[in-house]
Design a protein around this ligand. Structure first.
Ligand SMILES: NC(=O)c1ccc[n+]([C@@H]2O[C@H](COP(=O)([O-])OP(=O)(O)OC[C@H]3O[C@@H](n4cnc5c(N)ncnc54)[C@H](OP(=O)(O)O)[C@@H]3O)[C@@H](O)[C@H]2O)c1
Length: 321
């Protein structure tokens, strides 16, 4: 089959189209004919090998040579213990840990998949899994954002951020989105009440404080971050510099104990229940995946370059023909 392969970490130039073995499903896996795969920040990180956690599968060279975690497609074959799906079913899901989505076929655990609703395109479905689940757990399940709260989303114009803005508005919050200069109007079009350009303003130094912060691209010290939190406010980090994540892990409990501000790393759990809840919100017209551009599989390097250069508003999807 055709796949986009990377033999080393680096710029989008390390990505090449290659012929590789078609994967074979393990007993609890399904083999999917991929119709669409979306790009997440984690693909950008996996391509570059930065931050350090992006090298968990291979310190010097990529352990997983094929990027792409969020796929939508048709089940082609099922392992002997996989009971939930049958060949022909249209499914979507996140397969981080498996990767391999930038390809014509991919295998993953059936527990990571959900049925694609008939009215949802493969492209829309591929734009949902990782990004929407981060937002759903961050803003909803774990964050418990309440009506009237002031919420800041750092990295609001990217994959998870665009869902987080929509979900925070849905919960009645006053939302501030932070992203680059070109995305200010885009953030407002998503429903953000305020937009901050990170190239011109540091949200931890403008004197404002928030009830809740969801940070998808953290790089500041915990001391700066807690300054932006109201007393008893909550800060969740999902991705960013390893230094910030370690600081939040190590110092978060002390800050919580002595100052009441709650700084945590949000470890996102992938499960079918959250995908089902997100489908319900989509069916009710309450959230939409925002797709900026579509590329062919052979154009994956170009797609990653577009994302890497900071142009993408929401999601970029690779359509696999
Ligand atoms: N904790 C967990 O369990 C878990 C699970 C899955 C994924 N993750 C992580 O979650 C993160 C998800 O990111 P994503 O997919 O939403 O990324 P994304 O699509 O790349 O979006 C990131 C957004 O942040 C913007 N940005 C860049 N630098 C910024 C800055 N200094 N301040 C504010 N915004 C900035 C980017 O704009 P530019 O275009 O200007 O760069 C982009 O719009 C990844 O780090 C991933 O590894 C965590």
């Amino acid at each position: 089959m055709k796949a986009i392969v990377q033999d080393q970490y680096g710029s989008p130039d390390v990505l090449r189209l290659a012929e590789v073995e078609k994967p074979v499903p393990e007993d609890d896996e399904v083999l999917i004919k991929v119709h669409a795969v979306s790009i997440n920040g984690s693909d950008r990180e996996g391509m570059r090998g930065k931050p350090l956690y992006a090298r968990l599968a291979g310190l010097r060279r990529p352990g997983n040579k094929i990027l792409g975690s969020d796929i939508a497609g048709r089940v082609e074959a099922v392992g002997k213990n996989a009971k939930q799906f049958q060949p022909g079913n249209e499914v979507f899901g996140e397969m981080t840990g498996y990767r391999g989505g930038f390809a014509e076929y991919a295998c993953t655990s059936e527990k990571l998949l959900a049925r694609k609703p008939a009215g949802m395109t493969f492209e829309e479905a591929s734009a949902i899994p990782q990004a929407a689940v981060i937002a759903y757990q961050g803003i909803g399940d774990r964050g418990q954002v309440q009506p009237g709260q002031s919420v800041l989303i750092n990295g609001a114009g990217g994959s998870a951020g665009t869902f987080a803005v929509q979900l925070a508005k849905l919960r009645g919050a006053e939302v501030t989105g932070v992203d680059n200069t070109d995305k200010m109007d885009f953030l407002r079009s998503l429903g953000a009440d305020h937009a901050i350009d990170y190239t011109r303003e540091d949200f931890t130094r403008n004197g404002k404080q928030y009830d809740f912060i969801l940070d998808v691209i953290a790089h500041r010290s915990v001391f700066a971050l807690k300054r932006a939190l109201k007393p008893n406010g909550t800060y969740f980090v999902v991705g960013g510099s390893t230094g910030t994540l370690l600081q939040v892990l190590l110092l978060g409990p002390w800050i919580r104990r002595f100052e009441g501000k709650n700084l945590r790393v949000l470890a996102v759990e992938r499960n079918q229940e959250d995908l089902a809840a997100i489908i319900e919100l989509w069916e009710a017209g309450k959230i939409v995946p925002v797709i900026d551009r579509r590329y062919r599989l052979s154009e994956a390097a170009e797609a990653l370059r577009y994302v890497d250069e900071g142009h993408a508003r929401g999601k970029v999807v690779i359509v696999v023909e």
